[in-house]
Write a protein that binds this ligand. Sequence first.
Ligand code: NDP
Length: 487
Amino acid sequence: MRAQPTGSHYINGRFHDSPNGAELVSIFPATGEVIAKLNAADDETIELAMSMAESGQKIWAATPPLERGRVLQKAAAILREKNRELSVLETLDTGKPLQETLVADAASGADCLEYFGNLAGSLTGEHIDLGGSFAYTKREPLGVCVGIGAWNYPVQIACWKAAPALACGNAMVFKPSEVTPLTALRLAEALTEAGLPAGVFNVVQGFGDVGAKLIAHPKTAKVSLTGSVPTGSKVAALAGEHLKKITLELGGKSPLIVFEDADIENAVSAAINANFYSSGQICSNGTRVFVHSSIKQAFLKRLVERTGNAVLGDPLNEETNIGPLVSKPQLEKVLSYMRIGQDEGARLVCGGGAAEVATLHGGYFVQPTVFADVTDQMRIAREEIFGPVMSVLDFETEDEVLARANATEFGLAAGVFTKDIQRAHRVIDSLQAGTCWINTYNLTPIEMPFGGYKKSGVGRENGHAAIEYYSQIKSVYVEMNGVEAPF
Ligand code: NDP
């Protein structure tokens, strides 16, 4: 499959190049091979994208919402038709196993386009009775929104931002992560094919400096970032300086709490999904697995047995469960945490280092790794690793585990396993996290709002909640009587 796109950027309904922009390469993480070469946007390209978005937005905002919805639904159908091709491209760009990308990337992006396509025609305001006179509210678009993506779910992130923005009548300029530039361009093509007017969804490539220029641009009304907490803090500061609205989807160190009455097989499945899916490169991962001390041995035994069955290897092979990490810097970061865990005195239960794949050389593979006897002070229990490194911590009582689970600056997600329904809801009520699960983990259907408490984010994506962050309310007072004045 040819990964090289027709052009680096997609502006005003067509590909665009900026040959003088800094070189940006996409690498297949299973081999380290360069699969596409692109150029970062220069200032002229940024200006072009912003002005085309501004003109496109006017046309789009004047398009009846039902018609806007139809375009998004058609784009969803196109993504579904091209799911295999898009999944292979996402696997080449990210290294995630095809087994995952076939079901979790373009497919979830299509769900998102369909969901917000369905909502577009029903975005209404309200009527407020003032006793004779009345007021009404209108939900209006913000204008040109900037989307900035992380590298772990490139096409899904682009859809999670574009679909609600477009449903509300905004235009978007989207900057993918420099590490995974390819599939957002395919989304742009699909939207054009579905009938989206030129300029309404644009993709510009670049590094952090391009992101910063987009945020500060006078035509930008709003910025939505998916990325790390340090980047979120920079983006919020810059957006604050220019008074732009923001949505921030940031990192986490989420707790998964397994009580003594839990179904152990299900809890082990959840811990596996919460740490090893996408080689652990998921923001909402439950990387602090608190297991009641009375079931710790049984839990660890099954966890190690089942982790030993994981197929690690070529991500293009559909039998593969675990692919490489996304890049060399990410490989080095994850390996360093595997060493830190051992130096800190955590007990290495399995994994712990790089993995060799006989047929692939130069890939960024690591072993799925479990540390037990982890304590709250250890860095592996406090810092986001973003790799397949699970920390298992013991606990004795509900109050104790709640206090420890909440003792973090993050608050993205949390999960609890118990058969006691009252305890499940009581514990969830006390957990400081934006997205929670009872007796499962990491399911993020598009209907359910997603986002973080504390340093894990600002605002919500998905569900009806996302509409609040891509629209503004205009209040209109209608006088039905005369106007009184003091003189
Ligand atoms: P980064 O924070 O490094 O980058 C995110 C995006 O911001 C990239 O496109 C990056 O560009 C861009 N960027 C970097 N610096 C700036 C700046 N100063 N101004 C504007 N834009 C900038 O995150 P990663 O790509 O490494 O992704 C991993 C992180 O994302 C993890 O912390 C993870 O938890 C988080 N994440 C959060 C999710 C959520 O929904 N809560 C979901 C997925 C991931 P460039 O790539 O060129 O550096």
